[in-house]
Ligand binder design. Structure first.
Ligand code: FAD
Length: 289
């Protein structure tokens, strides 16, 4: 990767949403999507509740995105699922017109009984390919700072490579604030023969406690200097937003300058920060499809 590859005006962007739980949330998300469509996303994805919760909401939100003329992608977890239930769901996705899935293992909700018939996301990817050929573009998750349950960084890298070998077309990373971890991951994966695009997952910083809680739960590292600055800002919501915009825009600039193939935003169903980051990057309405 090198800076000469950077071409911000042609950077593909994608947006991730979670399924809203209330009628107000559904309406709010509809408005958020309309604002973000101005950036001409490559696709918009909707998360999927492992073990069953919120899956109907996912399907409804993906259908709404498709009905709005955009490429809607569904996340799809296999933990707790059987081959038959996955087969049925794939048929439903096909009948809806879904062409892109984010294939994941997921985490079982506490108290949930069985692991199901799929052990790892690589098993799901292989099964989807065997059942549906090339119908779906398959994304998988990548962890530049290591998945929290992994035995070692090397084992986690091998697990990622296995997903690519099973048939993944591209990957989206867990969010991170350390660009070097991303570049090292991409380089090492390539050396092991996994050379599909790895799109960095970008988390805007809008709320300090929410960010730190989320990072702790998914093993993403918030560098000490960012934690301290956020702590220092206390309840100053405007200060946190301004600091967050500077930090995340700079991260995106570093990533794009060194050849990251796109940006996938964890929108948290909000548009303001994403729009501002893209405006600062010169991506707003830049014809990114
Ligand atoms: P895997 O790739 O199967 O890895 C899980 C763990 O098993 C890792 O520690 C890995 O190193 C290890 N492993 C894999 N294969 C092997 C092997 N052969 N031998 C030994 N160890 C192995 N969760 C949701 O519930 N819903 C969502 O919509 C959702 N969306 C996400 C989107 C993105 C972009 C990301 C990064 C994560 C998302 N998650 C979601 C979270 C994800 O489900 C969890 O991180 C989960 O714990 C792992 O899922 P995975 O697909 O990465 O699993």
């Amino acid at each position: 990767m090198n800076a000469a590859n950077a071409a911000p005006a042609a950077v593909p962007v994608s947006f991730e949403f979670f399924p809203p739980k209330t009628p107000e949330g559904i309406e709010k998300l509809r408005a958020v999507r309309q604002q973000l469509y101005a950036l001409q996303p490559q696709f918009c994805s909707v998360t999927y509740g492992a073990g069953g919760s919120t899956q109907d909401g996912t399907l409804q939100a993906v259908q709404a995105i498709l009905d709005e003329g955009q490429q809607g992608a569904s996340h799809f977890t296999c933990v707790g699922a059987s081959r038959d239930s996955v087969r049925e769901r794939l048929a439903l996705f096909q009948s809806m017109g879904v062409r892109r899935l984010v294939a994941l293992r997921g985490d079982l909700p506490s108290g949930y009984g069985s692991m199901g018939e799929f052990r790892y996301a690589a098993d799901l990817v292989a099964f989807i390919r065997a059942e549906t050929g090339d119908h779906f573009h398959l994304e998988v998750a990548a962890y530049p700072e290591m998945h929290p349950q992994s035995r070692s960084a090397q084992a986690d890298l091998q697990a990622y490579v296995a997903k690519v070998q099973a048939g993944a077309n591209s990957a989206i990373t867990q969010f991170f604030f350390n660009a070097d971890a991303y570049f090292r991951f991409v380089d090492e994966a390539r050396k092991l023969g996994a050379d599909v695009p790895v799109v960095p997952g970008i988390m805007p910083i809008t709320n300090a406690s929410g960010l730190l809680r989320f990072a702790d739960s998914c093993g993403a590292e918030v560098p000490r200097w960012i934690r301290l600055r956020l702590q220092g800002l206390g309840d100053d919501a405007a200060g946190i937003r301004a600091f967050g915009l500077d930090v995340v825009t700079h991260l995106c600039e570093q990533l794009l300058a060194a050849g990251a193939p796109g940006l996938h935003f964890y929108t948290m169903n909000q548009s303001t920060a994403v729009l501002e980051i893209c405006r600062r990057l010169g991506l707003a309405g830049a014809g990114t499809r």
